[in-house]
Write a new protein. Structure first.
Ligand SMILES: [Zn+2]
Length: 131
């Protein structure tokens, strides 16, 4: 997301989150939007069928380096999202970002700054930051 996009979303969230002004409402709406994202992925598999999930235990050899792990770890996904499922998921992800912007607003946090700091942290610590 561009810096302008983050600032604009925070501004829009501030403008439109009138009814859900309580941090409790915004927190629960954010959590609800996360469930909707998961549900949209499930529906892409079980209703549309454009996506399949074929999961089993990850099999990672003992003697490989951390940077080689990505060569062995599976996504468990087969297929690609169809245009309809892309649209549904983009809407659900957008809603989640909207409520995340609302949480940032209520707590006086800046999404641009958070994203920049996270990028710097990841670039500095690399894969070790995710362990
Ligand atoms: Zn689909």
């Amino acid at each position: 997301m561009s810096n302008k996009g983050c600032q604009q979303l925070q501004s829009t969230a501030s403008e439109y989150l009138v009814r859900h002004r309580s941090i409790l409402d915004v927190m629960s709406k954010f959590q609800d939007s996360s469930a909707h994202i998961n549900r949209s992925i499930v529906k892409a598999v079980t209703t549309c069928g454009c996506l399949e999930i074929d999961a089993s235990k990850q099999s990672i050899p003992d003697n490989i380096t951390l940077s080689e792990i990505s060569n062995y770890v599976q996504t468990h996904l087969k297929g690609t999202l169809c245009p309809n499922c892309v649209e549904v998921l983009e809407n659900e992800l957008g809603a989640a970002l909207f409520y995340l912007a609302g949480i940032c607003n209520l707590l006086g946090l800046n999404m641009d700054s958070i994203i920049s700091k996270e990028n710097e942290r990841l670039e500095t610590l690399g894969v070790y930051s995710l362990m």
